[in-house]
Design a protein. Structure first.
Length: 270
C-alpha cells in the first residue's frame, strides 16, 4: 500500500489508472474506500488518487501542529508534489470539499477543475456546531462510539428513507463501532473539531473559476442541504446538480448518477 510521510506521519493513498489526474477527497468518518465505485469507473480513463484523512483508514494519526483545514490542504499539496503531479481535478465531498476549496484558493494553478459535493464553505451554524461538539466530547470521554451515539451519528450520513438493515448502512455503523480509543481521541475527535469549527470562506468563493467548478448535493442531504449548495453555486457562478435519491454520501447512495456526472465534467475539462 502506498504511503508518504507528511509532517512526521504516514498518509495512506490509492493511486490507480493513468491519464489526467483526479484527486478524490472524502468525508469525515469515511476512508478512501467510500470512492470505490468512482475509482473503478474513472481509473479506466484517468489517474485516480484517493487519500485517507488522518486517523481514517490506513493513515497515521493527526500530525502534531495540524490545527486547521488549511493545514490539511497544504498536506495534500505535499502528496501531489511527492507524486510529481502538477495539476489535478479535485473532487471533494463534505470535509474534502472544505479543505479542497482552501487548496484551490491557495494554489489555483494546480487545478484543472473542482467538484464540491455535499459540502459547505460557510461556518457551521452555531446550534449545529454546539451539537456536534457535544457529540465529540461524549466520544472523547467514552473512548468509544457507543451504540446510543451510533444511533445518532450514522443516520446523519444517509437519506432519511434508507433501509437501516442495508449493507451500506450496517457496514458504516460497524466501522464506527470498531474505531479504537487512541484513534478516536488523538485523531477523529480533533479532526471533527477542526471541521465543525472551520472559518467562513463564503466571501472568497467568487475567486474560484466558475467555468471549471461544479457543485453537487444529494437531494435529501440533511447535514448539508441543497439550499447551501445552491447558495455556493450562485456565489461561484457555476452549475449546481442535485443527486436524486441521495443523502450526504451521495456518491454511494446514487453511485451511477454521480459517476456519470463526474465523467461528463471531466471530459469537458481534459
Amino acid at each position: 500500500m502506498p504511503y508518504v510521510t507528511i509532517d512526521g506521519q504516514p498518509l495512506h493513498y490509492i493511486d490507480q489508472g493513468s491519464g489526467p489526474t483526479v484527486l478524490l477527497a472524502g468525508s469525515y468518518l469515511w476512508d478512501q474506500a467510500m470512492w470505490a465505485p468512482q475509482i473503478a469507473a474513472l481509473s479506466q480513463q484517468y489517474r485516480v488518487i484517493a487519500l485517507d484523512l488522518w486517523g481514517h483508514g490506513q493513515s497515521g494519526p493527526l500530525p502534531v501542529g495540524t490545527t486547521s483545514l488549511d493545514d490539511i490542504a497544504r498536506q495534500a499539496l505535499v502528496l501531489l508534489d511527492h507524486l510529481d503531479i502538477e495539476r489535478v481535478t479535485l473532487v471533494g465531498l463534505s470535509v474534502g470539499g472544505m479543505w479542497g476549496v482552501r487548496l484551490a484558493l491557495s494554489a489555483a494553478h494546480r487545478l484543472n477543475g473542482l467538484v464540491l459535493m455535499d459540502t459547505y464553505l460557510g461556518v457551521e451554524p452555531e446550534p449545529t456546531r454546539q451539537y456536534y461538539f457535544s457529540l465529540l466530547k461524549q466520544i472523547e470521554e467514552a473512548g468509544v462510539i457507543t451504540p446510543a451515539l451510533l444511533d445518532i451519528i450514522v443516520p446523519i450520513f444517509f437519506r432519511p428513507g434508507i433501509d437501516p438493515q442495508s449493507p451500506l448502512y450496517q457496514n458504516f455503523r460497524a466501522a464506527l463501532a470498531a474505531l479504537p480509543t487512541d484513534r478516536l481521541r488523538e485523531s477523529i475527535v480533533p479532526m471533527g473539531r477542526i471541521t465543525f469549527g472551520r472559518e467562513d470562506l463564503m466571501g472568497r468563493l467568487g475567486e474560484l473559476d466558475g467555468a471549471s467548478t461544479l457543485v453537487m448535493c444529494g437531494d435529501q442531504d440533511v447535514p448539508r442541504p441543497p439550499e447551501e449548495a445552491r447558495e455556493m453555486a450562485e456565489l461561484i457562478g457555476c452549475p449546481c446538480v442535485l443527486v436524486p435519491e441521495a443523502g450526504h454520501i451521495s456518491n454511494l447512495e446514487n453511485s451511477g448518477f454521480v459517476t456519470a456526472t463526474l465523467l461528463q465534467f471531466l471530459t469537458a475539462r481534459t
